[in-house]
Design a protein around this ligand. Structure first.
Ligand code: ZN
Length: 135
């Protein structure tokens, strides 16, 4: 009867195992096609008038990981709670990718992102290659 007694397992909380990431800002990518470009223009104008955002230029052809025409909207974390709910209600059928800026382009697009509307395929291999060559 040599019981070793109750196992002395510490129930340590594993919060330390969750990587501590800082979000420096957010991007919303507004996707459009030629027939929906006027919708994208309306959204762009409304964003510029109502929110503290930095609008990227129009990309009528796919660029980077984005498989469809789009423009980028950059905003600070403080603006998230205003911009994203507005986009939820006013996207008029367009697909929108919202992702944080943590310094890891690949993870920001592939893992940490959210979609409004129908998700679109991303060319994530572009970001992998970029990261590999970036070191
Ligand atoms: Zn982006």
């Amino acid at each position: 009867m040599s019981s070793g007694g109750p196992p002395d397992e510490e129930q340590t909380l594993t919060a330390a195992a969750v990587p501590d990431r800082t979000i420096e800002g957010f991007h919303a990518h507004i996707y459009y096609a030629p027939p929906t470009k006027p919708v994208a223009e309306r959204i762009r104008l409304a964003l510029a008038l109502q929110f503290s955002v930095v609008l990227g230029r129009w990309h009528d052809v796919p660029v980077g990981p984005h498989g469809q025409a789009m423009y980028q909207v950059a905003f600070a974390p403080e603006e998230f709670a205003r911009v994203v709910p507005w986009l939820m209600l006013h996207r008029e059928g367009l697909s929108i990718l919202v992702h944080p800026l943590t310094g890891d382009d690949y993870e920001d697009h592939a893992t940490h992102s959210l979609w409004l509307g129908t998700p679109l395929p991303l060319r994530l291999e572009v970001l992998r290659e970029h990261r590999a060559s970036d070191g």
